[in-house]
Design a protein around this ligand. Structure first.
Ligand code: SF4
Length: 442
């Protein structure tokens, strides 16, 4: 009997890439492939790439070489964002067999008739369209707790530092009915939390359906316990969403709003379409309107022309507002983006210092936010156990909680009282209820 072909997957980058790799690996399983862990011997290895920074590009090249060193006969396909923008560089790496851009990557299985090594890579990079899309969903090999649900792709905002519109194309939305179909199937398989993902999800538009229609539709699905919005552009969030978040037990009180800088001068140079005053006013309104809301952000350091004064404004924005954490990104010059034309580049040592400073401030903000919940009850979805046997998971508002109750199971919604915050920035929860399906925070 012919042995089953084996496929392995490696994902670089964002939550959207993770969601897409999940769907791609399902398509291989449906074709009879055995899915093996990355690093195991495999007939085919798919690397779902990222190009948001130069480091992401070089990491992808490193992973390719690692695969080929370990298994020189493996059919190697690089798909996604770096395949889209960096195919010429990838072509130079001996041993890559297939390079597939973002328009075609979800169907990569159809591009591999016989996983035999090729003398040179086949390149498939169809023009990316703006057409609405649907996604194959096989209902197998699913995540077991929180499921990423892709609703949108591409972006029209064209921020001056960002390569994503070049890698993923212009904004386009998934068919409304297709989102509904996948979400219902996810809930039927036992998923309790769905996380909405895309590139610029707030710009979702399918026929007359907007982002808010998607949120309301998902909230109406029986059995869905939590709906979380991943990163969303500040200018695409409206008051109606805050009202829904304030009144719903399902819509998680968590907003990740990338601000990028605390300086209006730099925001202008980044071509961001809001002032820091407008951003902070919205954060304040969200904080007033949605009890216990946790607001996170992204801050970029080292953008060309960023002075000490500009950077100080980013720091002040963190310390003077109820923002609970900031992911820090170091500016990385991306080919074809408008910011490459700005002359005043920042010294890498200064970039490093600023990155460390924002990271430190973010840890302080997070600790201060978490400590407000000591003595309070939160609902937590158990995801994994740490080496001490504690169950780890997130509260509705994205506080990371550890519960020392070894007999809990994965994917359980439980109630616990926050007792303290440990030195790793994790809230310590004492179990007070094993059924959190109906009850929210208090
Ligand atoms: S909104 Fe700006 S930073 Fe975000 S993906 Fe679009 S262009 Fe990039």
């Amino acid at each position: 009997m012919q042995e089953r072909l084996r496929a392995s997957f490696y994902t670089l980058g964002c939550r959207l890439n993770q969601a897409e790799t999940g769907l791609i690996s399902n398509s291989f399983r449906e074709r009879g492939y055995e899915i093996v862990d990355f690093g195991e011997p495999a007939d085919v290895c798919i690397i779902n790439s990222c190009t948001v920074t130069e480091q992401a590009d070089s990491k992808c090249r490193q992973i390719v070489r690692q695969v080929l060193r370990k298994n020189p006969d493996t059919f190697v396909a690089v798909v996604g964002c770096y395949a889209q923008t960096g195919f010429e560089a990838l072509q130079q790496i001996e041993g890559i067999d297939l390079i597939v851009g973002n328009q075609d990557k979800m169907q990569v299985i159809d591009l591999i008739d016989e996983p035999a090594k090729r003398p040179e890579p086949r390149i498939v990079r169809s023009r990316m369209t703006r057409a609405p899309f649907t996604l194959p969903f096989y209902g197998t090999d699913l995540p077991t707790t929180r499921a990423n649900l892709k609703i949108q792709d591409g972006c029209d905002f064209m921020c001056s530092f960002c390569i994503i519109p070049f890698a993923r194309g212009r904004a386009r939305s998934r068919a409304f009915w297709d989102i509904q179909r996948e979400a219902i199937e996810l809930v039927e398989t036992g998923i309790k939390e769905i996380v909405l993902t895309g590139v610029n999800i707030g710009t979702y538009q399918f026929e007359d359906k907007t982002f808010m229609d998607v949120v309301r539709m998902l909230l109406s699905i029986p059995g869905l316990r939590r709906l979380r919005i991943s990163s969303i552009e500040p200018t695409t969030v409206n008051e109606e969403l805050l009202d829904l978040m304030a009144d719903s037990d399902v819509l998680c009180s968590h907003l990740h709003l990338p601000v990028q800088s605390g300086s209006d001068r730099i925001l202008k140079s980044m071509r961001r379409v809001y002032s820091i005053r407008e951003f902070l006013d919205f954060v304040e309104r969200a904080h007033q309107r949605v009890p216990d809301v946790l607001i996170g952000t992204d801050i970029m350091v080292g953008f060309p022309g960023e002075t000490d004064a500009d950077f100080a404004e980013s720091c002040r924005m963190l310390t003077d507002t109820p923002i609970a954490y900031a992911h820090v990104f170091t500016y990385s010059e991306r080919p074809g983006t408008a910011s490459t034309k700005i002359a005043e580049k920042i010294d890498p040592r200064i970039k490093k210092q600023r990155s460390k400073a924002i990271h430190r401030l973010s840890e302080q903000c997070k600790l201060a936010f978490y400590q407000q919940f000591i003595g309070r009850t939160v609902r937590v979805l158990t995801e994994e156990q740490d080496f001490e046997g504690r169950w780890l998971g997130f509260a509705d508002n994205y506080i990371r909680v550890a519960i020392a109750e070894p007999d809990l199971q994965e994917n359980q919604l439980v109630l616990c009282e926050i007792q303290s915050v440990d030195d790793k920035g994790i809230a310590i929860g004492k179990l007070i209820g094993r059924n959190g399906n109906e009850i929210s925070n208090s």
